[in-house]
Design a protein around this ligand. Structure first.
Ligand code: SF4
Length: 127
């Protein structure tokens, strides 16, 4: 799991990102943003399906994180509803369409749209 130092460098915190990873451009942008946040060491990308499936180890990791970022593709909010149903609270939240990306059933992703969501996720994790 990625661990980040706190602002003063005296302790470490665990951060997890979950994405809806839905079957649309915005769902896949959520997935790509989460992958890149993980690759950059900003947070560990964990399985939303494991949360919805009640997988004990995944639930324990997500519940034990110091910071949790949830990214949905659109206002249907599948990831948010999943984490709410699991009893999670106090998480940071982001919706890809809020950045002005129009939802379509297509999978060729715009690099600028991905980067906007990586930047927004990083800012939320560091807030
Ligand atoms: S939040 Fe939107 S894009 Fe994501 S899985 Fe649900 S309907 Fe699909």
């Amino acid at each position: 799991m990625n661990e980040q130092k706190c602002a003063c460098g005296c302790a470490r915190e665990t951060r997890i990102v979950l994405a809806c990873a839905g079957a649309s451009n915005v769902g896949q942008i959520s997935n790509e943003a989460a992958k890149r946040l993980d690759a950059a060491g900003e947070a560990t990308f964990a399985c939303l399906a494991g949360v919805s499936g009640g997988i004990a180890g995944i639930l324990a990791s997500v519940k034990g994180a110091d910071k949790l970022l949830v990214i949905d593709g659109c206002p249907v909010a599948c990831a948010k509803k999943t984490v709410d149903a699991a009893g999670l609270a106090g998480y940071r939240y982001q919706v890809v369409t809020d950045a002005g990306v129009k939802k379509v059933h297509a999978f060729q992703l715009d690099e600028t749209d991905i980067q906007k969501n990586v930047d927004a996720g990083r800012a939320k994790l560091n807030s």
